[in-house]
Design a binder for this molecule. Sequence first.
Ligand code: ATR
Length: 270
Amino acid sequence: MKLVGVIGDPISHSLSPRMHRYWLGQTKVVGDYVPLPVKTENLSEVLCALPKMGFYGVNITIPHKISVLMIADEVTERASAIGAANTLTFRPDGSIHADNTDGIGFIENLRNNAPKWKPTETSALILGAGGASRAVISALLDAGTPEITLANRTKEKAEALQAIFGDKVRVQDWENFDVSRHGLIVNTTSLGMTGQPQLEISLEKLQPDTIVNDLVYNPIETPLLASAKQAGCFTIDGLGMLIHQGIPGFERWFGVRPEVTDELRKLLLS
Ligand code: ATR
């Protein structure tokens, strides 16, 4: 039996076990995907032991996505650019390969759900400058997006990302961004999530041809997406990125590319 898991602290809320177990059933691979609650002080020891226990790899989530880079033996270019890893693969000799599939998950979700999106012709407005924002910026630049406007409550954090990603990224004040100038708007903040404050931005000038993607998937239709839909925009919810970021790991560990189905979406939403 092929064993894989997801490491985080806490981990009980993670949808990944449900998703990967669905794919295991679909692909008829004999394996399991288990949630592993691990404290920071034990992370190194656990990652050293898992390959010896038959694990093929693990997903990594909060709060370990950054610290695993120091533990891994090989880090992909995109994980280095993002500064975090979410997918580890254990080699036969026990060495650890670290990748970050958040950016590719973001892009694949857009390509699948907004086929008219042309990254090389569409400027983007990104709200937020945390870990998710780094993955989105890195992936958009790789896809050829010519200009990214970044707005974050703490402006210094946005400026720090500009320093990392270069001139194509421009920083704008949090209170003062113009939603009318961008073909793609992405909310990477936690605002709008159940139990969190609302994202209070003026959407009056929103253009109907804008694609609006909220990475928040709880609720699945956030107030941002509801308003954008009303303005005639093309909206994309956050569940798709979660699903698509899981595909490269599943394929690497189990040797089969899993499918995104409506049944899977319903299962994750239930
Ligand atoms: P993730 O890894 O999911 O991106 P994170 O790194 O904690 O999570 O980033 C959270 C983002 O949500 C940040 O951009 C944060 O803004 P700050 O950098 O100013 O903290 C943003 N955020 C969280 N709560 C917010 C609030 N009440 N108002 C505005 N932005 C908020």
